[in-house]
Design a protein around this ligand. Structure first.
Ligand SMILES: CC(C)(COP(=O)(O)OP(=O)(O)OC[C@H]1O[C@@H](n2cnc3c(N)ncnc32)[C@H](O)[C@@H]1OP(=O)(O)O)[C@@H](O)C(=O)NCCC(=O)NCCS
Length: 145
């Protein structure tokens, strides 16, 4: 089936298992999750949510250009990680979103995002309790997918 826009409740289970393991479910909710401009997406096959991500309107100035959207909470079902699902999902999101977007990428995910067309910006920084991150950006240009 592929990319689908879903509800907040649909993305919470994978956020919890993958991104906040062992932590309370309340830690899985982000500021802005319920905003009318926030969209939650999933990669779904045979009604199984295989990967999730959330796109929020959260403008950030990068190299003098305003990048409107932030990707947050990307997580693939651990039983299915490393099989290309996240890459298919991101390519579909590139097509779905009409603009450039940025994210705070965990160090372990930097190569994954680079392979999918994002650029790393600047020096690493620490998110307490989670670890080192890099700002990364996907620059949507005319003709890019
Ligand atoms: C990063 C993630 C979303 C990629 O989804 P995926 O379906 O595994 O993606 P793909 O199979 O297309 O690509 C796998 C890549 O992700 C990397 N990766 C990061 N964490 C991984 C994990 N726990 N298991 C497997 N691969 C992982 C692999 O190194 C691989 O990169 P490489 O091919 O350059 O070595 C997924 O692995 C995941 O949920 N990881 C843990 C949570 C996380 O780090 N999320 C990103 C927050 S910024």
């Amino acid at each position: 089936m592929g990319l689908k826009q879903v509800s907040l409740q649909d993305v919470i289970p994978l956020r919890h298992i993958v991104l906040r393991p062992g932590k309370g479910i309340e830690t899985c909710y982000f500021e802005g999750d319920e905003s009318s401009t926030t969209r939650h997406f999933a990669w779904i096959e045979r009604e199984h949510v295989q990967s999730v991500a959330t796109v929020m309107l959260s403008s950030r100035e990068i190299e003098g250009v305003s990048v409107p959207y932030q990707l947050r909470g990307m997580a693939t079902d651990p039983d299915l990680a490393g099989r290309g699902i996240g890459s298919h999902f991101l390519q579909a999101l590139h097509e779905e979103l009409d603009s450039s977007w940025w994210c705070n990428a965990r160090e372990v995910a930097v190569r994954f995002y680079e392979r999918n067309g994002l650029e790393r910006i600047g020096e690493p920084f620490d998110i307490p309790g989670i670890g080192p991150h890099y700002v990364m950006v996907y620059k949507k240009t005319a003709g890019s997918e």
